[in-house]
Design a protein around this ligand. Structure first.
Ligand SMILES: [Zn+2]
Length: 318
């Protein structure tokens, strides 16, 4: 009995995973992902300092080891992740991570890296913000406020299967050809991360599609091709995926397992117990909040960042 209890205690591993997207200098836009999913670099610096002084910070090796059932270095801790693959991750986030001795996971949408896909939410919001928040016409429809147009167009695009969405976006994009895409990471930068840190590069699919909305063949392509591409370009085969928009269901979990992944991340804001949870449904909290500075425990993170305590601030794009 004693040894059983001891073994159970050993297997406990509670992990609060935080998801970030962009670290920026300057003022974010008044709406869209640059508002909800960006963190000014000085805030990010304060958050890192607080986390590294208050919690055990897991790295990729700690996570992989714990998922394989090995005794973790720490019984509980936090893990930092970045989604998508924006250039500011290298320019602004990486130096701060290095300064604090933190290794994070970077989930790259491979289509963003090689230019075959565009982070359309950012382009759309930037274009609409040039109208202030006044009336605007998109695709022949008039909206009273630019932010209403953003919400309506984004929501419609997000619901479409990937091929239809790409086609629709190509058409809409012609309305604002001069608007630049935000800068994204390059394969050369991802290779450097893989070799020297401070990021371990993992998968976020290819085209940033809602995987749960895709047919089986397209789902397999998104899971397999992103993994293969990262392997070819960086020399390491990813074993982890974060689902675009945090959205997955049991079919996606099974397909991810078949494609060779060992675990998958959602944006369900829960603390994971790695000993008992489904490794393909790991929760994450949106990290782009100064509330993190008040957290002294994993339960604090849950109560400070869970949706009920953070109404309307949950990060949308993931
Ligand atoms: Zn994403």
């Amino acid at each position: 009995m004693f040894s059983l209890l001891r073994r159970n205690r050993k297997q406990q591993c509670r992990l609060a995973v935080l998801v970030f997207h962009r670290v920026i200098d300057g003022t974010p836009l008044p709406f869209g992902p640059e508002k909800t999913c960006s963190l000014p670099s000085d805030n990010f610096a304060r958050i890192l300092e607080h986390l590294s002084h208050t919690f055990h910070v897991f790295n990729a090796a700690d996570l992989r080891s714990a998922l394989e059932g090995h005794q973790p270095r720490f019984p509980e801790g936090v893990l930092l992740t970045f989604d998508d693959g924006f250039a500011d991750n290298a320019e602004l986030a990486a130096p701060l991570l290095i300064k604090n001795g933190i290794e994070a996971l970077l989930f790259a949408a491979t289509g963003y890296i090689d230019g075959t896909a565009e982070p359309y939410e950012y382009v759309l919001a930037r274009h609409l913000a040039t109208h202030g928040d006044g009336p605007v016409v998109v695709d022949g429809i008039e909206y009273a406020r630019a932010r209403d147009a953003y919400d309506a167009v984004r929501s419609a695009l997000k619901k479409m299967p990937r091929a239809e969405r790409d086609e629709t976006w190509r058409r809409l994009r012609q309305e604002f050809p001069a608007m630049e895409s935000p800068h994204l990471l390059t394969w050369s930068q991802l290779r450097d991360f893989q070799e020297k840190g401070p990021f371990a590069v993992e998968s976020h699919g290819v085209h940033h599609a809602v995987l749960a909305g895709e047919e089986r063949g397209e789902l397999a392509v998104q899971l397999r091709d992103s993994r293969q591409r990262i392997s070819e370009q960086t020399g390491r085969l990813p074993t982890l995926i974060s689902y675009p928009y945090g959205a997955a269901n049991s079919s996606v979990h099974r397909a991810a397992r078949r494609a060779g992944y060992r675990a998958g991340f959602t944006t369900e804001p829960v603390v994971n117990n790695l000993a008992t949870c489904n490794p393909f449904a790991l929760g994450r909290f949106a990290g782009e909040s100064e509330r993190l500075l008040e957290a002294r425990s994993l339960d604090d993170i849950a109560s400070l960042l869970a949706p009920s305590a953070q109404k309307g601030v949950r990060c949308q794009p993931s």
